[in-house]
Design a protein around this ligand. Structure first.
Ligand code: PEP
Ligand code: MG
Length: 584
């Protein structure tokens, strides 16, 4: 039966494919008693499932060691294989089948619950977190038992034949996905994804945009209503999910998908064009990246530099922290690949919705993580982690035009402490006789209203600014960016937001300090003219959005826009503001 669900459109485009449910399988297994004479058969079924997952993990392990695969993937697969072979998982459920006559799935889930409960008692937070790995291994076995052995395959290499019109394409359907889950999709072949939870500027949504695959979040009931292998359409532009579409709807969407692809390929003509406005103002269009491998997309879009490298993604999905050398190699590869174009490396912005299990040992359980020990606050509280990262960035500065960006600064004292730490890292490198750029520019993110309203110390002590509109909006309007229950209130055009933005851009321009916007607003072509009219000359966004924004830039006249935007900033009624923005 066909039905439609509505959620938040977070990454444009249309995906047509089969649903692949990613879940906590515990709740879904049937519980029944096996007849005496079927017990042996049930045990064999269980053993075969374990054997099949063993083979699955062995083949995954081969892929995980292939060139280009994240190094931590191999360690993860190895750990899962170990859990699978442990008698507590491979043998005890067989006892339960024999003694209690449980069906295999139920026996396995009971044993998993026991193990998870034991892990929850462990004090050491690292070991405690291993319970998630147990659940993941059990989920694999359950999928085989339930007759759904399915795993996502790696991205095809260049030249591989593409799937046609969604046949064989997979769309991930999940209740919720963390940014750490989502970043792993970069190495997998996925046509799109949808989740029940999540806000439009959550980091999960941001990563979806960087994957350039259609995505919808905040669907509320997709996970319980959609079944594995259902044919689904993800309209990532309108936020509509169509399950089991009829032939007519399917044909319409196939057509629309082809049209969109055509539109995108036409945009490629702008790749070599300069981003200059009609009144001859050069605009810098830079890229946001999460991992060094994103450089491929950055080059394809001909970005003028990296305006935001979200380094915290290097810390995710691994059990140990990346060493200084490992970080150095990652930053150096980006600096070298950009061949003299600016590379803005943001220091670790962990906390809020971004968590890394390698850091959980030191991380406190915050009652409100978005307002807690996040970003620079965390780094100043963990000087050794911060210093290692600063040294790695500084060393990379010898190989390109690197600059350091500090997230979530609000206090003058934090700026001073940060600069002192950078000096300390420099001194350590001097003692080691390592080369680095002595004059590396240091910038601050403006993402807390307090910093926008009290810019003095930023203008005095730093060399550039970058406005993080995702957080600036979250903190100005007091709306958790990850919570779909309040996502309707997340409004970039709220007069308070517009005034703060304009205030920062104007003050920076007056002080002749470079200022960029690197939040999601910078990549929204409907906002380009507004930002140009405020005086913004530097934008940083996901590479997939860059050409659409360039299209807006080349048709804009900044002088005219400045006059119109000055008038618009005096308005208070949201509807009038929206109207005027559309007319710019
Ligand atoms: C922002 O807050 O706008 C930003 C760019 O940083 P992040 O989205 O990573 O918090
Ligand atoms: Mg931010």
């Amino acid at each position: 039966m066909s039905f439609t669900l509505h959620g938040l459109a977070v990454s444009q485009g249309i995906a047509i494919g089969q649903a692949h449910l990613v879940s906590h399988a515990t709740l879904e297994v049937a519980h029944f008693t096996v007849r005496e004479r079927d017990i042996q058969h049930e045990i064999v079924r269980f053993e075969q499932a374990i054997e099949s997952v063993r083979a699955e993990l062995a083949s995954l392990s081969g892929e995980a060691s292939a060139p280009g695969a994240p190094t931590e993937l191999a360690a993860l697969v190895h750990m899962h294989a170990m859990f699978l072979d442990d008698p507590l998982l491979a043998e005890v459920p067989k006892e339960l089948i024999r003694l209690r006559r449980c069906n295999a799935e139920w026996a396995l889930v009971q044993q998993m619950e026991q193990l998870v409960a034991q892990f929850e008692e462990i004090d050491d937070s690292y070991l405690r977190e291993r319970k998630h790995d147990i659940v993941q291994v059990v989920e694999r076995v359950l999928r085989v038992l339930l007759g759904k052995p399915r795993r996502l395959s790696r991205k095809p290499a260049k030249g591989d034949k593409a799937d046609k019109d969604g046949a064989g394409e997979l769309v991930v359907v999940a209740h919720d996905l963390s940014p750490a889950d989502t970043i792993q999709f970069k190495n997998l072949k996925i046509a799109g994804f949808v989740t029940d939870l999540g806000g439009a500027t959550s980091h999960t949504a941001i990563v979806a945009r960087s994957l350039a695959i259609p995505a919808i979040v905040g669907l509320h009931h997709a996970r319980p209503l959609v079944r594995e292998n259902d044919m689904i359409i993800v309209d990532g532009t309108r936020g509509v999910l169509i399950v089991d579409p009829d032939a007519r709807v399917l044909e319409e969407y196939r057509l629309r998908k082809r049209e969109l692809e055509l539109e995108r390929s036409k945009l490629k003509r702008l790749k070599t064009a300069r981003a200059t406005t009609l009144d001859d103002i050069d605009i810098s269009l830079q890229a946001n990246i999460e991992l060094p491998q994103d450089i491929v997309q950055v080059k394809e879009a001909s970005a003028d530099g990296i305006g935001l490298f979200r380094t915290e993604f290097l810390f995710m999905n691994r059990d140990t922290l990346p060493t200084e050398d490992e970080q150095f190699e990652a930053y150096k590869s980006v600096a070298k690949a950009m061949a003299g174009k600016p590379v803005t490396i943001r220091t670790l912005d962990i906390g809020g919705d971004k968590t890394a299990r390698a850091l959980t040992g030191t991380e406190r359980q915050a009652p409100n993580p978005a307002l807690g020990l996040r970003a620079i606050r965390y780094c100043l509280a963990e000087p050794q982690i911060f210093l290692a990262q600063l040294r790695a960035i500084l060393r990379a500065s010898h190989f390109g035009k690197v600059q350091i960006l500090i997230p979530m600064l609000a206090q003058a004292a934090e700026i001073l402490q940060t600069l002192a730490m950078i000096e300390q890292a420099k001194q350590q490198l001097r003692e080691r006789r390592c080369k680095f750029d002595e004059h590396i520019p240091v910038g601050g993110m403006i993402e807390i209203p307090a910093s926008a309203l009290a810019l003095g110390p930023f203008l005095k002590r730093l060399q550039f600014l970058s406005i993080g509109t995702n957080d600036l909006i979250q903190y100005t309007l007091a709306i958790d960016r990850t919570d779909e229950a309040v996502s309707h209130l997340y409004d970039p055009l709220h007069p308070a937001v517009l005034r703060l933005l304009s205030l920062v851009i104007q003050a920076a321009n007056k002080a002749e300090m470079p200022v960029a916007v690197c939040g999601e607003l910078a990549g929204d072509p409907q906002m380009t003219r507004l930002l140009l009219g405020m005086g913004l000359r530097q934008f940083s966004m996901h590479p997939s959005q860059l050409l659409e924004v360039k299209q807006q830039v080349v048709m804009a006249d900044t002088e005219q826009l400045a006059l119109k935007v000055a008038r618009l900033l005096k308005l208070d009624e949201p509807e009038r503001i929206r109207e005027q923005v559309e007319r710019l």
